[in-house]
Design a protein around this ligand. Structure first.
Ligand code: JB8
Length: 268
């Protein structure tokens, strides 16, 4: 895969030289180039921003340096142009999997109040333009979002993660949060690991882990439960969800009032 990143702070992307992603680049699995947007300016001051039409706070990134930069990156096929923005669709693991199938990704890091909107309109002629957000919070620019998205995509490329099985089991790949993990010692500061993990009973361990996934998801990310494919849920799963106050309603996991077959005196 080829990835180009354009930024006015190329040093921000230095972390992509490290760890698994750095190794993938050294191994030739990932061809990643970081470009300085200012190298595509033509004025003495290497200006990349100007005041916003219509007024308001801050500055806006000028279109021309972006056009010069993006033109220099156009290849044979239509690359995907990812533009981090708090106004983008939320980036998901499913998108990471889709993007990992692409031949060429270009990331455009905005700063200030963002990039002149016409750049995105113009670029749509030759790129598949995707404004994407990491989540509902605001960063000072696109660089940190690009670090996250490049890592999420690159680790899915064949050969980047040593043991591909570790990609299968992890959080979000099956719509549930991951189960808790423990290592030695089995007792630490008076805290013991769950007994079942020492039982050697692999079926019981699998059931315990599945229960923990369901419980955690219900507690921490109830929004994920309604997206679950109910066909993948077993009777044992239904029982765990019921204990957390969830049931299948109209083919979806939904919260239900705790079962109210209790003492008639309770609302007297
Ligand atoms: C200026 O929060 B963000 C984000 C914030 C930004 C820019 C890009 C992305 C550009 N502020 O994802």
């Amino acid at each position: 895969m080829r990835i180009d990143v354009v930024s006015i702070f190329p040093e921000y992307l230095a972390a992509l030289d490290l760890s698994l992603i750095g190794k993938a680049r050294q191994d030739g699995l990932l061809e990643l180039t970081v470009h300085n947007l200012r190298d595509f300016t033509t004025d003495r001051h290497r200006t990349v921003d100007d005041t916003p039409y219509g007024g308001g706070a801050g500055m806006v990134m000028k279109p021309e340096p972006w056009a010069q930069a993006l033109e220099s990156m156009q290849t044979g096929r239509r690359p995907v142009l990812i533009v981090p923005s708090p106004a983008g669709a939320v980036f998901t693991q499913a998108m990471a999997h889709e993007l990992a199938q692409e031949e060429h990704l270009v990331f455009a890091c905005g700063r200030y109040e963002g990039i002149d909107e016409r750049v995105l309109e113009w670029a749509a002629e030759s790129f598949d333009v995707r404004p994407l957000s990491l989540g509902d919070y605001v960063l000072n620019g696109g660089e940190v979002a690009v670090l996250a998205m490049v890592e999420a995509v690159a680790r899915l490329l064949p050969g980047v993660v040593g043991n591909p099985e570790s990609l299968v089991e992890e959080s979000h790949s099956d719509g549930l949060l991951e189960y808790p993990v423990y290592t030695k010692p089995s007792s630490w500061r008076n805290l013991d690991i769950p007994d079942v993990l020492l039982s050697g009973n692999h079926a019981r361990i699998a059931r315990y882990r599945r229960d923990e996934q369901l419980r955690r998801t219900a507690t921490r990310r109830p929004d994920l439960l309604e997206k679950l494919d109910v066909q993948t849920l077993t009777a044992a799963d239904h029982a765990v969800l019921a204990a957390q106050g969830y049931a299948i309603v109209d083919g979806k996991v939904a919260p239900v009032a705790p079962s109210s077959s209790v003492s008639p005196s309770s609302d007297a």
